[in-house]
Design a protein around this ligand. Structure first.
Ligand code: SAM
Ligand code: SF4
Length: 319
C-alpha cells in the first residue's frame, strides 16, 4: 500500500522484546531500560503473527526481527517458521548482537530465516566488554562463524561509530571487506531515549570513513529504499555502507513501518507518534484499518535535525 506521499510501504520491522542480554552504552543505561514492560503488556507471538499476516495483505513483503535482543525471546524460531511460510513474504531477516547466534543459527536457517545483521562496534575484546558492559566478543565471533556456516547470507556487520572509542578501528573493519563478501556498515549515533546525551557527546559523522580511506569507490545497489550508501575497495569482495540518518536524510525513499514489542506501530523511527495496534487486537477491533491508517500517518520526513530526540529508547524500537 502507498502512503500519502506515494511511497510503497513493504517493509515491517518487529521488535520482539525490550529485554537484552547486553547493555550497550549508547542504547541502555547500566541497570537496563527504565520503562520495561510486564509480560502481559508485550505482544504474544500469535498477536505478532496476526499483525504480520494483515500487513502482507497490505503489501508488506520484507520482515525484520529485532529487539532488545530478538534471540532472548522464547519461541523466536517458531515465529520465523510461520512467517516464512506466508506466500507474500519474500525476505525475512534479523538484527542481533549475535551473542546467542551460535546456538540458534542452524535452527533459524532451517525455519526459513534468510540472513542476519550483526551489531559489533569493535574487534577488540576489552573494548567490546567496555561498550556492551556485559558481553564477550568470542560469543559474537562464534555466532558470526556459525551464521556463515549455515548460510545466513549475506552477513552485514553494523558498527555504531563512536568518537574516541572506535574511530581508530575504521581501517580494520573496512579491511574485512577486502577478501570476503561481507558488508560492514557504519551507523551514526542517534540521540534517542535515556542515552540521548551520551550519543550527542560521542557523535562523529561517518563521512570520516571516506576521509580516512580514500580508495573507497561508490557503488550502486538496486534497493533505493536502503538507508545505506555503499562503497567498495578496488578489487574488494565485500561492501562498506554508510548509514547517516541525521546528516543525510533518506526519508523520501522510506518504505518501512515498525512494530514495538508492546504493540505500537511507529510510522517513523524519529517521531514519538505511535498507534496502539495491540489494544485494537485485544479489544477485537479492525486491525487492518488501523494498519492502513498507520501507513497514511507516515510523515514526509523526520525532524532530528531540529534537535529533537524521541523518548522511546532504541532497545524498545529495534533500530
Ligand atoms: N540487540 C540487537 C542488536 O544490537 O543488533 C537488536 C536491537 S538494537 C536496538 C538494533 C540496532 O540499533 C543495533 O545495530 C544498535 O547498534 C543500534 N542502536 C542502538 N542504539 C543506537 C543509537 N543510539 N544510535 C544508533 N544506533 C543505535
Ligand atoms: Fe542490546 Fe542491541 Fe541495545 Fe546493545 S544495541 S543494548 S545489544 S538492544
Amino acid at each position: 500500500m502507498k502512503d500519502k506521499y506515494g511511497r510503497n510501504i513493504e517493509y515491517l520491522r518487529i521488535s520482539l522484546t525490550d529485554r537484552c542480554n547486553l547493555r550497550c552504552k549508547y542504547c541502555m543505561p547500566e541497570e537496563g531500560i527504565h520503562d520495561k514492560k510486564t509480560h502481559g503488556e508485550i505482544m504474544t507471538l500469535e498477536e505478532i503473527y496476526e499483525v504480520v499476516e494483515i500487513c502482507t495483505e497490505l503489501g508488506v513483503k520484507k520482515i525484520r526481527l529485532t529487539g532488545g535482543e530478538p534471540l532472548t525471546r522464547l519461541g523466536v524460531t517458531s515465529l520465523v517458521e510461520k512467517i516464512s511460510k506466508l506466500d507474500k513474504v519474500t525476505d525475512i531477516s534479523m538484527t542481533t548482537n549475535a551473542v546467542l547466534l551460535k546456538k540458534y543459527a542452524k535452527e533459524l536457517k532451517e525455519a526459513g530465516l534468510k540472513r542476519v545483521n550483526i551489531s559489533l562496534d569493535t574487534l577488540n575484546e576489552k573494548k567490546y566488554k567496555e561498550i556492551t558492559r556485559l558481553g564477550s566478543i568470542k560469543d559474537v565471533f562464534d555466532g558470526l562463524e556459525e551464521a556463515k556456516k549455515v548460510g545466513l547470507l549475506p552477513i552485514k556487520i553494523n558498527i555504531v561509530l563512536i568518537d574516541r572509542f572506535n574511530d581508530d578501528e575504521i581501517e580494520d573493519f573496512v579491511e574485512l571487506t577486502r577478501n570476503e563478501d561481507i558488508q560492514v556498515r557504519f551507523i551514526e549515533l542517534m540521540p534517542i531515549g535515556q542515552t540521548a546525551d551520551w550519543a550527542r557527546d560521542y557523535f562523529v559523522p561517518n563521512t570520516i570513513v571516506l576521509e580516512r580511506i580514500k580508495e573507497l569507490e561508490p557503488v550502486e545497489i538496486g534497493d533505493k529504499s536502503s538507508p545505506a550508501r555503499y562503497y567498495m575497495l578496488p578489487g574488494g569482495k565485500g561492501k562498506v555502507g554508510l548509514i547517516n540518518p541525521i546528516s543525510h536524510q533518506f526519508c523520501r525513499n522510506c518504505n518501512r513501518l515498525r512494530l514495538t514489542a508492546d504493540g505500537k506501530i511507529k510510522p517513523c523511527l524519529h517521531s514519538d507518534q505511535e498507534i496502539d495496534v495491540l489494544k485494537t487486537i485485544r479489544e477485537g477491533g479492525n486491525v487492518k484499518e488501523v494498519m492502513k491508517s498507520s501507513i497514511l500517518k507516515k510523515p514526509l520526513k523526520h525532524h532530528l535535525n531540529d534537535g529533537e530526540a524521541i523518548q522511546r529508547s532504541m532497545a524498545r524500537i529495534g533500530g
